[in-house]
Design a protein. Structure first.
Length: 337
């Protein structure tokens, strides 16, 4: 008798977001095929899943065709932090564009529903605040971030062309800043950077005046948005913003993490990188109305989980200078270990 389990492919499945998504899909009873070339994904992120009979991991680069039988595809494959996507910008564009073509072609062949992990970076350095889905963006097509920004913009174009031309069932989510356990410790993003530097009592590097704002969404909330969008009626294609509409300045984040880790770190200011957006905040009205979704995890709670993860990671690697205060954050008056 054929299995009634839903067969789901997750590209970039060993990455930060992908590993959490694989975990969630397995918990819901799906057969999960995790595909990753391990450029930024890590086997440690999925090691605890390998013993499950309905989980399979495959090393593969989606710039090359993939021939598998699945019911749904989540396309998350692509380095997402500037330090990684600028390392090989041509490959980044290939992953976004050729990878999208290959996943769309697979979806067409097997008649699968396909989800595209797009990004708030398609808005560039926005002139509209907060950003709504109908804002077309302010992107420098020639800058060092363009390989990622333009690659993701082109991928969205391809998804909607496949919808119009081939009647494919598509879902497009625009992801805003997300953080949580399993972030890459060297990805150059503010949350991971600040936490690692604080735990090592190193100077925390703040670019610019620290007044640029971000809206930080905890990973569990984001994955809930993914699953709800994929399960929505076929007529709901997106793009839909998924992120936390509560803004925090980079300077405020640095100070908060210093306090929560009990760190002796000082703040070191450096010049703002080229094309780094000054404001980034989603308008999530569409997600609230259509999906009934909004973030629920407060920043302090999410940071505690993330700090605990990096504390364990650095301790295992022998990179912590000394066993100082573990986590000093308080929630409802209770100190969490």
């Amino acid at each position: 008798m054929a299995s009634t389990r839903k067969r789901v492919l997750v590209t970039g499945g060993a990455g930060f977001l992908g590993s959490h998504l694989c975990e969630r899909l397995l918990a819901e009873g799906a057969d999960v095929l995790c595909v990753d070339n391990y450029f930024t994904g890590r086997k440690d992120n999925i090691g605890h899943l390998l013993g499950q009979t309905n989980f399979e991991a495959m090393r593969h680069d989606i710039c090359f065709p993939l021939y598998v039988e699945v019911d749904e595809i989540y396309n998350l494959a692509c380095p997402a932090s500037p330090i990684h996507y600028q390392f090989d910008p041509v490959q980044t564009t290939k992953t976004s564009v050729i990878g999208a073509i290959n996943m769309l072609g697979l979806a067409k062949r097997v008649k699968a529903k396909v989800f595209q992990a797009s990004t708030s970076e398609i808005y560039g350095d926005p002139n509209v605040h907060p950003q709504t889905e109908d804002y077309r963006g302010n992107v420098n097509t020639l800058g060092p971030r363009a390989c990622y920004d333009e690659g993701k913009r082109c991928a969205e174009t391809l998804f909607f062309d496949y919808l119009r031309q081939h009647k494919l069932r598509i879902k497009v989510a625009r992801i805003f800043n997300t953080y949580g356990p399993r972030m890459h410790p060297n990805d150059g993003r503010v949350v991971s950077n600040f936490i690692v530097q604080a735990l090592k009592n190193e100077p925390i590097t703040v670019y610019g005046d620290g007044k640029q704002s971000r809206a930080f969404c905890y990973v569990d909330d984001l994955i809930e948005g993914f699953v709800r969008l994929m399960a929505s009626p076929d007529a709901i294609t997106g793009p839909i913003n998924l992120g936390n509409p509560v803004e925090t300045t980079v300077g405020e984040l640095a100070e908060k993490i210093i306090v929560m880790t009990g760190s002796r770190s000082t703040i070191e200011r450096r010049p703002l990188p080229v094309d780094d957006p000054v404001q980034r905040c989603p308008d999530i009205g569409r997600a609230q109305e259509i999906l009934g979704w909004q973030p629920r995890v407060p920043l302090e709670t999410g940071l505690q989980h993330t700090i605990a993860y990096f504390d364990r990671l650095l301790t295992e690697r022998g990179e912590k200078p000394e066993p100082t205060l573990r986590i000093a954050g308080r929630i409802d008056g209770a100190i969490r270990p």
